[in-house]
Write a protein that binds this ligand. Structure first.
Ligand code: EPZ
Length: 426
């Protein structure tokens, strides 16, 4: 059986501009929120990704009509939900599919959604989602791997909710469910990620009454009806962060178009601690001014926003391998998000893992090897390492990377990277 892989020959000079695409993690909940009201929507700056294609299939199976207007724009026609069941086959491919529960309950209807199941980085439960729905008056039961939701009164009732943990997905699901609930909903300890603010901006543009975005406390005044609209998705801050690390590794020969520093503050603070110097040029391009050989290690703990983002932990680890001294990364969000460590060590890295802490010692250069992506961000970390290695690296299981990075090999080739997509027999 053959699977796609990247063949990367390192050591080449990389030079040029990389443009950041629309945010995957804002696109998914915003696409799903179009289930909440009949009408016609247009979404722009949507990244061209496997996850978007998977989600479109799911939304069409629920009754939406989705037309691709161009590579990054879609028209969505909602003339009513025809099917209330989101199947295991579709939900297991992408756990964000579980967000369809919120809009289906928002209209006082029924919903039957497969439990998403775990993935490589963790068990990924949805208990916080379900507690939020119950607080809003939904009746929730779990049967044969499916969550059944029902709103017996025909409408959800606004309520006070305090999340045990600022879960991104649970926050999004509860927000979408609450925008049409009767009365006011207050959600304390809600996630503050910029993607959630983008979702709230989209819903408010439709006439929702959400306030407090980014503060950790959200107030939602339920409304009877929303008006479908056109919306442009925010840039992907995680792709931006990945490209920033690539630019640092090549001493600033890569400029980046689409960096929003206010969404990457903790990330940029940590890189500055390591010695990064940067500026924005007159066209708003992010320019690295420092040299990697002058940079040193630091300590990072992944946290909910505005703390250091777990999704940039693995690309940062690749950089930490190449700077002077020792670094430490503590992963507190997911229970198993260091699977890129043995792969980086195969490439000559010197990383030791003790429970949820990785200790990284600087090395001179990566050595090319055959490696395997375990999640989309780990895959990106391996690609970065391969670009700086001394020979030919094969990165397997790149379907992970295709989930979150738009045509990565095409864009890296455009700035001089020697990277191609091949078929590998496994
Ligand atoms: C979102 O996942 C992102 N995915 C993830 O990005 C990101 O890593 C994560 O948030 C954290 O920032 C999308 O937005 C599509 P969580 P999500 O609910 O919503 C536990 C990527 O690389 N938890 O904040 O699943 C959970 O087990 C992906 O683009 C519960 O215990 O993250 C985890 O340990 C990877 N009960 C922690 O919270 C719940 O009900 C964070 O999960 C929900 C979550």
């Amino acid at each position: 059986m053959s699977v796609e892989a990247f063949r990367i020959v390192g050591g080449k000079k990389i030079e040029g501009t990389l443009k950041v695409e629309g945010s995957k993690n804002a696109s998914l909940p915003i696409f799903i929120a179009t289930l909440i009201e009949k009408g016609v929507y247009v979404l722009k700056n949507v990244p061209s990704l496997m996850d978007i294609r998977t989600l479109i299939k799911l939304l069409e199976s629920l009754g939406l009509t989705i037309e691709k207007l161009d590579e990054n724009s879609y028209k969505i026609i909602n003339d009513g939900i025809k099917n209330i069941e989101a199947s295991y086959e579709l939900v297991k491919k992408m756990r964000a599919s579980f967000l369809v529960m919120g809009p289906m309950l928002a209209n006082g209807g029924k919903a039957k959604v497969s439990l998403p199941g775990g993935c490589a980085i963790g068990a990924r439960p949805v208990d916080l989602h379900l507690k939020g729905f119950e607080a809003l008056g939904a009746k929730i039961s779990i049967d044969h791997g499916y969550v059944q939701g029902e709103v017996e009164k025909g409408y959800l009732q606004g309520s006070k909710i305090i999340l045990d943990f600022p879960s991104v997905g649970a926050s999004e699901n509860i927000i979408i469910a609450a925008v049409k609930a009767k009365g006011k909903t207050v959600i304390e300890n809600i996630a503050r990620e910029p993607e959630i603010t983008d979702l709230c901006n989209f819903l408010n543009k439709m006439g929702a009454k959400i306030s407090g975005m980014g503060t950790g406390r959200l107030e939602i005044e339920g409304v009877e009806k929303l008006i479908p609209c056109e919306y442009s998705i925010m840039p992907d801050r995680i792709v931006a962060g990945t490209f920033i690390i690539a630019s640092i590794m090549f001493n600033g020969t890569i400029k980046i178009d689409g960096v929003e520093p206010e969404c990457l503050e903790s990330f940029l603070v940590k890189l500055s601690e390591m010695g990064l110097q940067y500026e924005f040029d007159s066209n708003g391009l992010f320019i690295v001014k420092s040299k990697i050989e002058d940079m040193t290690g630091t300590k990072v703990t992944t946290m909910p926003y505005p703390g250091f983002p777990t999704d940039l932990q693995s690309p940062l680890m690749t950089l930490m391998c190449l700077v002077n001294g020792t670094s430490e990364i503590k992963e507190t969000i997911f229970e198993n998000r260091f699977m890129h460590v043995p792969e980086l060590n195969r490439m000559g890295a010197n990383i030791i893992v003790e429970k949820n802490i990785a200790i990284i010692k600087g090395i001179k250069e990566f050595s090319a090897a055959k490696v395997m992506a375990s999640d989309l961000r780990a895959g990106a970390a391996l690609v970065l390492a391969a670009l700086k290695s001394d020979g030919e690296t094969i990165v397997n299981r790149i379907y992970h990377i295709d989930r979150g990075y738009e045509s990565l090999e095409v864009r890296l080739r455009a700035v001089g990277g020697n990277i191609s997509r091949i078929k590998e027999e496994i």
